[in-house]
Design a protein around this ligand. Structure first.
Ligand SMILES: *Cc1c(COP(=O)(O)O)cnc(C)c1O
Length: 435
């Protein structure tokens, strides 16, 4: 039985090779070597435009997606976001530095994180960060101090935990009261932090933020979150006379990794959430704030593919079959971390019958270094090219040098042409910091 390929940018050519964004992946593997990350530029831009169109139509011209760049961060990504005129969210000074290096306009950058260091705060202000998404009292004190020194009034949003539990993996759920992120409404902390932010001379509180989790397929958790946040906004108006100009609803739309995952429509989701937001604003007599969202995964995931070369096939009679590839948890730790599902194909034999059950592992000295268990492939042999689909998010950005493995390059596919966006690491890079 041949597994269906469910992504429209993945096809099989007459030569039996897997094509991605209209290009022969086997040729690309030969040209760049493996492992290699591929990124379909037009898919990234199509997703951005879909968010932007739906958000601006529903919420007005100031609304836009802020790309969650922790999902994929290198200079070319920030150039794409700049060209598409959207914002970005960053979570470290390193991401900020990368964005600045790429010429990303800092007024559209939002700095996240539950523990920004003094260095982070000062560095971001020096670089003209648009907004901090402030997590708590200590951070507000520091922002006020550094903004004062810089002679500016720093714009911020406050991260609020709405206290809801979306149906997703525990490690990627963030909106509950028991979370290291933000201030909970339920405990009264959110109110206290708002009051504190409003009292600070060098801070301009612009509104609120929440992020309920990742890989969420239903709209109901968003509707509930929006409800809670708008009610909070109404409460802050009644209590402090504060009008929130911005409501940022975070990221988290789910993507289709395997055929059994649903395919969500970004437009339909936003339309449905918007209808609810408009009704709630009316009910509460709250002026519709500018709405931001922070999609990461749903913008880049299915724009990505990773190619590997098969090294060995081990058939353990009575147990299972292991296929080893020339990458693994160093370029995709998501199966090891979350048992994430992926779709795998043999790129050079994409038309052949997938009748060999196997577990695909990497080359690290860890039994847990697996890319996927119990998949069906045409029986691989050394030298075959293995493609892992939908690896655009949280693969390259989570890659590591464990076992002193060099990180793969990223190749952008644009209008039928391939262009290196990140070169392969060299051995010299591995010892660059060693004294
Ligand atoms: C991770 C994260 C996002 C992006 O989540 P996706 O599931 O990739 O869309 C957005 N906002 C915050 C605060 C996050 O932590």
């Amino acid at each position: 039985m041949n597994q269906k390929i469910v992504h429209s940018n993945v096809t099989v050519g007459e030569n039996g090779h897997l094509y991605f964004a209209g290009m022969d992946t086997v040729t690309l593997a030969e040209k760049y070597g493996t492992p290699v990350f591929l990124l379909d530029d037009s898919r990234v831009r199509a997703r951005i435009r879909e968010y932007k169109e739906a958000m601006q139509r529903n919420f007005g011209a100031g609304s836009m997606p802020l790309f969650a760049s922790k999902s994929l961060s290198f200079k070319e990504i920030y150039r794409i976001m700049a060209e598409e005129n959207i914002g970005t969210d960053i979570v470290s000074s390193g991401e900020l530095f990368t964005a600045v290096s790429a010429g990303f306009p800092m007024e559209r950058a939002f700095f996240h994180g539950n523990n920004k260091t003094d260095f982070d705060i000062e560095y971001a202000i020096e670089n003209g960060i648009g907004y901090f998404i402030a997590d708590g009292i200590e951070e507000l004190e520091r922002i006020d101090e550094y903004a004062g020194k810089a002679g500016i009034r720093q714009k911020i949003l406050l991260r609020i935990t709405p206290g809801i539990d979306p149906h997703t993996h525990q490690k990627i759920s963030t909106g509950g009261v028991d979370s290291k992120f933000g201030s909970a409404i339920e405990t009264g902390l959110a109110k206290k932090v708002t009051d504190f932010a409003l009292s600070k001379e060098n801070i301009e509180l612009c509104g609120f933020h929440c992020h309920i989790g990742s890989q969420i397929f239903e709209i109901e958790p968003y509707v509930t979150a929006a409800d809670i946040m708008l009610t909070f906004i109404a409460d802050m108006k009644a209590r402090f006379g504060f009008t929130a100009k911005i409501l940022n609803l975070g990221g988290g739309f789910g993507v289709r990794y395997v055929e059994s995952d649903p395919e969500i429509s970004i437009t339909k989701n936003i339309d449905a959430i918007a209808e609810h937001i408009h009704a709630k604003c009316e009910e509460l007599d709250v002026k519709l704030p500018t709405i931001y969202m922070e999609p990461g995964r749903s913008i880049v995931a299915d724009a990505g593919m990773t190619l590997y070369t098969v090294g060995s096939v081990k058939e353990i009679t009575g147990f299972k079959n292991y296929v080893s590839i020339d990458g693994g948890m160093t370029d995709n730790p998501r199966y090891t971390l979350y048992q994430s599902a992926y779709t795998l194909r043999l790129a050079n034999r994409a038309n052949e019958k997938a009748d060999f059950p196997c577990t695909v592992g990497g080359r690290c000295c860890e039994s847990g270094d697996l890319i996927q268990e119990n998949v069906m492939l045409p029986k691989p042999k050394r030298g075959d090219i293995l493609a892992v689909l939908v690896t655009g998010a949280y693969n390259y950005s989570m890659a590591s040098n464990y076992n002193r493995v060099t990180r793969p390059p990223v190749v952008i596919l644009r209008d039928g042409k391939d262009k290196l966006a990140v070169r392969r690491e060299r051995f010299e890079d591995l010892i660059a910091c060693d004294i």
